[in-house]
Design a protein around this ligand. Structure first.
Ligand code: FSX
Ligand code: SF4
Ligand code: F3S
Length: 369
């Protein structure tokens, strides 16, 4: 199946270079590497991809198809040869099965397996069968000769909604079953498509997978907490909160912490990368982050439940503080504390301390000189 939905040749040179610059920055790479990324984007090399679907809502594929930034999407989709994708391919039945078999045989050790959805393991895996095979068997067969696996979405990464207790189908993520292949998790329900697309481009550019965190997520996309770069953070630090949907604070765009926002404990780049290229992300439209990239939070903690903040992290939008010592700017934490202190000076910080859970308030007090 050909996925050349937007050929590079259709892009102006200017848009092409602009797309390469954006992607280089998105991958957290220095500007000096733009040329290398550009070289990859211009090469004829394409990565064979087999894409399996198990227990899920297909939102991850939907989100990828809706990547509405034509320059960037076309730059990367041009680099993928999507040889098997159960919901997009025109073929079905035996023809589809043959297509997967042919791709595996022709590309042994050279294709990337993308898995979308959780894998049910209870009762010999009978809860999900495709082509007469259980998801457990299909995954094992396609994983065997794969170069690497990308688990797209929280379902494939950690089990997602299917794995919520009591988890009747015994749903698990790919990493619980496949132990002998490199696995990159791209969680989110659904994830930002550019985290997936950039992982593919990173591999094609450097011939290796990007650095991962302890939960198997690319650090370039999941290296920081939402709370560190949320546009409502100055309201948090100043103690201005929405306390009910539709109240004055909500209408004013105040911090959503009191409504259960999980931003302080959720690692993702949503406030920076945003969705659908229209500048929106959950918090910007007034809904608390529900921690959709976190295996122990999504659907396991009530949306309204307030999180404990054990490690207060600074907002990256504050300007550096001049300490008067040459060459030694203040640490980012200091800038956060200064921001917090400003709130206290205005009397708002006291309100915040009163309304935060005890440990959060204590933790902030401890850091506050
Ligand atoms: Fe899961 Fe993908 Fe949530 Fe859906 O298919 S991560 S249910 S939005 O999108 O796997
Ligand atoms: Fe933003 Fe949520 Fe943090 Fe408030 S608690 S600053 S809304 S991430
Ligand atoms: Fe998910 Fe929170 Fe981002 S809910 S989409 S990680 S803002």
């Amino acid at each position: 199946m050909d996925t050349n939905i937007g050929m590079r040749s259709e892009l102006s040179r200017r848009d092409f270079v602009k797309g390469c610059v954006t992607l280089t920055a998105f991958m957290g790479l220095p500007h000096a590497l733009v040329g290398k990324v550009q070289e990859t984007a211009e090469s004829d090399r394409r990565l064979p991809v087999i894409w399996l679907h198990f227990q899920e809502c297909t939102g991850c594929s939907e989100s990828l198809l809706r990547s509405s930034h034509p320059t960037i999407a076309s730059l990367i989709l041009d680099k993928i040869s999507l040889d098997y994708h159960e919901t997009l391919m025109a073929g079905s039945g035996e023809q589809a099965e043959k297509s997967m078999h042919d791709c595996i045989t022709a590309n042994k050790g050279k294709y990337v397996l993308v898995v979308e959805g959780a894998i049910p393991t209870a009762e010999n895996g009978i809860f999900c069968k495709v082509g007469g095979r259980t998801a457990v068997d299909s995954l094992a067969a396609a994983a065997k000769d794969a170069l690497a696996i990308i688990s797209i979405g929280t379902c494939a990464s950690y089990g997602g909604i299917q794995a919520v207790p009591p988890n009747p189908t015994g749903a698990v993520g790919v990493g619980a079953l496949v132990k002998d292949k490199p696995i990159v998790n791209i969680p989110g329900c659904p994830p930002n498509p550019y985290a997936f697309l950039s992982t593919v481009l990173y591999y094609l550019t450097f011939n290796k997978l990007p650095a991962l965190d302890a939960l198997g997520r690319p650090k370039f996309a999941y290296g920081r907490r939402i709370h560190e770069h949320c546009e409502r953070r100055p309201h948090f630090d100043a103690g201005r909160f929405a306390r009910a949907y539709g109240d004055e604070g909500h209408a004013q765009g105040y911090c959503l912490y009191q409504l259960g926002c999980k931003g302080p404990v959720t690692f993702a780049n949503c406030p920076v990368q945003r969705f659908n290229d229209v500048g929106a992300w959950p918090v910007s439209i007034g809904h608390p982050c529900i921690g959709c990239t976190e295996p122990d939070i999504l659907f396991k903690t009530s949306i309204a439940e307030k999180v404990q903040i054990h490690e207060p992290t600074p907002f990256d939008g504050y300007p550096p503080v001049d300490t008067g010592k040459k060459g030694k700017g203040a640490s980012p934490l200091t800038t956060a504390v200064v921001g917090l202190a400003a709130g206290v000076a205005l009397g708002a910080g006291a309100m915040m301390a009163k309304n935060l859970p005890d440990s959060a308030a204590a933790s902030k007090d401890k850091k506050n000189p």
